[in-house]
Design a protein around this ligand. Structure first.
Ligand SMILES: NC(=O)c1ccc[n+]([C@@H]2O[C@H](COP(=O)([O-])OP(=O)(O)OC[C@H]3O[C@@H](n4cnc5c(N)ncnc54)[C@H](OP(=O)(O)O)[C@@H]3O)[C@@H](O)[C@H]2O)c1
Length: 280
């Protein structure tokens, strides 16, 4: 990993922080893409201390704002011409219905649309890498997800499971479609279900509201480092250099439901997402 450039979204908490520490220990330069300067700086100090590496930096990126994503990409590309690994890890589960700065339902806006724009804007530096890799942190929750094109902001009958599951189904369909579009470039994209991991997911960071159930029950769950294992494997394993478009759990390819394998749906979601974020 020496000399490799890595971006980890949501690098300040849970699995994102564990991934940052692990990859920095292996000698990579890691950019933590975080929305909060305060939480980002605290985590940066922690990551440097835990990894013993000074090659970690913080760049601000709020995935709930298209403007913030574009300015993050500008800052990154002003400083680096190559990106070896992009880890789309950041994620949110919103207890109540919220909209992003651009009017998207929050879970879909951050988990899918924000990463959709970010990834597309970073394809050029990824194709310049010796073998670029994109890792998408999805979830087994996708199984109960549906895309809700008739009511994309979930203005009727919002519930957190419906919103989160939709965003995670979108993560998988995005991975499938992107893998097809990247054929012949050498860049691979795979997604992962990390398992049930004791992190801060579900906690509102601004108010502290909603002490994470996963954290309360953390005795029964994987630690963030254990949860990050498969994402790190996808980012680093030499034997995966040509593996793309797959869904992994515990380092193994896992079968998907028919809905998540539907390439017509994947194509439709891609076109719809392009329109939403204003990409050609
Ligand atoms: N924990 C589990 O059991 C589990 C299971 C399946 C899948 N996952 C997935 O694993 C990934 C990592 O989650 P985690 O469990 O490690 O949770 P976590 O500790 O809550 O970390 C989530 C990260 O996402 C960041 N984030 C949230 N909204 C953002 C935004 N608008 N812009 C930029 N960053 C934002 C958070 O930043 P702040 O600190 O600023 O909020 C935090 O760094 C997520 O994609 C989640 O869906 C988790």
């Amino acid at each position: 990993m020496k000399g490799k450039i890595v971006i980890v979204t949501g690098g300040n908490s849970g699995m994102g922080l564990a991934t940052t520490v692990d990859l920095a220990r292996r000698g990579a330069t890691v950019i933590m893409a975080c929305r909060s300067r305060k939480r980002g700086e605290e985590a940066l100090a922690q990551a440097r201390q835990q990894s013993g590496s000074g090659d970690i930096e913080l760049m601000l990126c709020d995935l709930a704002s298209l403007e913030s994503i574009r300015s993050f990409v500008k800052e990154f590309t002003d400083n680096y011409s190559v990106l070896d690994i992009l880890i789309n890890n950041a994620g949110v589960v919103s207890v109540k219905r919220q909209l992003t700065a651009d009017g998207f339902e929050l879970d879909l806006g951050v988990n899918h649309l924000g990463h959709f724009l970010l990834t597309n804007l970073l394809l050029e530096p990824l194709t310049r890498a010796e073998q670029g890799r994109i890792v998408v942190v999805a979830s087994g929750a996708y199984k109960i997800g549906a895309l809700h094109y008739k009511d994309p902001t979930l203005s009727r009958g919002y519930n957190p499971a419906k919103a989160y599951a939709r965003s995670k189904l979108a993560n998988i369909l995005f991975t499938k479609e992107l893998a097809v579009r990247l054929k012949g470039t050498g860049v691979t994209v795979n997604c992962v279900h990390p398992g049930a991991v004791g992190t801060n997911i579900g906690v509102n960071r601004e108010t502290g509201f909603g002490q994470s159930v996963l954290k309360l029950l953390s005795f029964f769950f994987l630690t963030p480092a254990q949860g990050a294992d498969t994402a790190i494997y996808l980012a680093t394993a030499p034997e995966l250099a040509e593996v793309t478009g797959q869904y992994f759990y515990r380092r193994k390819v896992k079968e998907l439901s028919a809905r998540a394998e539907n390439m017509q749906e994947a194509g439709r979601l891609w076109s719809w997402s392009e329109e939403q974020v204003g990409l050609e």
